[in-house]
Design a protein around this ligand. Sequence first.
Ligand SMILES: Cc1cc2nc3c(=O)[nH]c(=O)nc-3n(C[C@H](O)[C@H](O)[C@H](O)COP(=O)(O)OP(=O)(O)OC[C@H]3O[C@@H](n4cnc5c(N)ncnc54)[C@H](O)[C@@H]3O)c2cc1C
Length: 808
Amino acid sequence: MKSEAQVVVIGGGVVGCSVLYHLTKAGWTDVMLVERLELAAGSSWHAAGGIHTHNGNVYLVDLQRYTVELYPELERVSGQDCGIHLTGGLQLADSPAWMDWLKTVHARGRYLGMDTELISAREAAEIFPLMDPSLFVGAMWDRHEGHVDPSGVVRAYARAAEVGGATVVRNTMVESLSQRADGTWDVRTNRGDIHTEHVVNAGGLWGREVGRMVGLELPLLAMAHQYIVTGPVPAVAEYRQSKGKELPTVVDFGGEIYMREESGGILLGTYEQDHKPWSPRATPWSFGSELLPPEIDRIAPELEAGFTHFPALADAGIRNIVHGPFVFAPDGNPCIGPVKGIRNFWLAVGVMAGFCQAGGVGLALANWMTEGDPGLDVWAMDAARFGDWATVAYTNAKVRENYSRRFKIAFPNEELPAARPLRTTPLYDRYTRANAVWGASFGLEVPLWFQDPGSEPVEKVTFRRSNAFPVVAAECAVVRNGVGMVEISGFAKYRVTGQDAASWLDRILTNRIPPPGRIALSPMLNHRGRLIGDFTVANLGDHFIVFGSGPAEDYHMRWFLSRIPSNAGVEVMPLGQSMAGLSIAGPASRDVLAAVASQDVGPEALRFMDIRTMDVGAIPALVGRLTYTGDLGYEVWVGPECLRGLHELLADAGKEYGIRDFGLRALDSLRLEKGFGSWAREYRPIYGPAEAGLSRFVALDKGDFVGRAGARRESEQGPSRRLVTMVVDAADADAVGDEPVWHGGEVVGWVTSGGYAHTVGCSVALAYVPSELADPRQRFEIEILGSRRKATRQPAPLFDPHGIRMRG
Ligand SMILES: Cc1cc2nc3c(=O)[nH]c(=O)nc-3n(C[C@H](O)[C@H](O)[C@H](O)COP(=O)(O)OP(=O)(O)OC[C@H]3O[C@@H](n4cnc5c(N)ncnc54)[C@H](O)[C@@H]3O)c2cc1C
């Protein structure tokens, strides 16, 4: 066995083999895969092999399509049969709500390049005659679905990697990992040590155990999953005979089952409602390529539904039951990427649909390792989306919730209850008493809106406007007409100190660093000049505080830490919940602050984008003059031990102005009517700063900074698309994000956020459209729940277009 390699990939399942293949494709050939048993010995060999491109998250659709389209190439390069069956697939809706959901998926598919079609239940029954059409209301047909041979695919990836120069070592167990002072790794196996630059954890069922070798507790849990294969079904044989082809794959959401043809019968699987984690704390190393004993009782309700919805199956009998474990992250998406603070240790774990996703995961990780950037928008599967708060118990509760909801409708305004409350701020009890309707972001409870006294603080889930609508309207009105107060503790904050702090910030951010006492907005770019962050930088004289998106805290910390040269005099410290805050906004906010502040906060003393330390009442605070509402307003930052006192103080001082708490739903509405973008919606690594309308915060002439060449190129050539605000002629449903934008009978763009702009009284959407169409005279339509609604581009913000309120 080799004792040196540039990369050691641990795990010969579909994911590890794909990473290995993609590394060779990217030109790294001194790469080695170590598998403790045979290839595919973990979850991979007993998968049902189903492949499809659709995903609830639009950013995973590209990745899945890439995976599905890769199989012919794999066969060519490896000479190994992958057993590709592209049969097409049906998704069956048994209720109008499911049909609404299919309409949104179909609409998104228009700009994602998917080839889907909405059809009636009757038409579906012509495609899949085993179903009883009277039990369904409609369906979506997707040509890019089918199945592959799981073991064949794993062998094909491994063989193709070997053709590219990689080494695959079987029956070799990685027992421990240790890192040398120079950052390289010693990989200890039962057959000797391997010295390597990079280690990839593709341990699948044992991903947690491999993580523990370097002190990581990864948010992963295996679930025990079952599918049956029926005996021969005469209707299957008849279909083959009459059509000369295989039956398509089927997902029946109401029955919570998936199906495909198998050996003259039907393979029928289910995400059991009576679900069961497998080996919740540790996966035994003694577990090999075996299956779990069948537990038919756990799937009895879904089987019964299956036999009713597909009567042809009722008498077929069960030929075989496959019961095996596979691994999930709390939200069901993969966990990939580098790990904050552990150099050259990479994750490719939590891939729950390996045959749909492993190709894209391998491509992204190989890009990341070889070029420093994944090359795709991988935010949805970046391991950094979970912080240290994602404990074993949190993961257990969330994975179970996610598993049992696999075939449930995901409503855009839905908040899921498992593992909550986990992180709360000192205002939690106070807000609960004020009838807050809670949401969770990065594990932190955040008030979405405040229900009227006496009514239940619950938001009804729907694709249309919910019961929150009138209450959020009232919260917005209070801000625009008087003063409102919102908690902002959920923002990420980083303290940047040291003699090189300013020059370091100047190098990693695009804007000029503000002078002492001032705040500046600044995007952050990757090396390709694409957006990877959007910050507010406050210069406090002897140090800086950088404010950013809360859910991106670990993502940004990882980037910051990897960009600090070893000899630099700079330290970046995430402040988490050690710094808490409230924002007051609206025309009366200055009067409220003036009543309690120890300093003059008049328009000349505390100008727009000024920041000062001052006492607010008796509380030491940091007060900045800006708000995300786009109104006159302030952010007041304090230690968490002072937050309740601050809330009480501002509430008392604001009484005479009718102050009221407002939540994130109102904040979203207020920022939409100002056309303010937000991280992970308008600002993502697929966009450049000029496209996103952030050019004024990119100081191309200030000297070099990361991403400058790309930003300059974008600025010189002009952006190919632009972020625009549109007013939508909506009915009872607003755009929420991911809807297609039509122009001249074609889909030309997509919505990134949408909602109702309560104080200007219209439905609004932020969307990316081609630059040549970003003109107010152009007529657009936005497709909402299957209906194309007229949309008009706005040349200026809908509220306070000249920023007079904000700056005044
Ligand atoms: C019943 C069932 C049906 C499924 N159906 C589908 C489907 O239809 N479509 C789909 O896309 N997905 C399906 N899946 C999911 C799919 O099987 C997984 O997504 C996929 O197998 C994950 O692959 P992996 O490489 O991450 O993990 P694994 O296959 O578990 O591979 C990990 C490998 O790492 C090795 N390893 C771990 N630790 C070490 C170590 N220390 N040293 C050396 N080697 C090590 C293990 O031996 C193992 O071979 C199904 C799963 C199940 C259980």
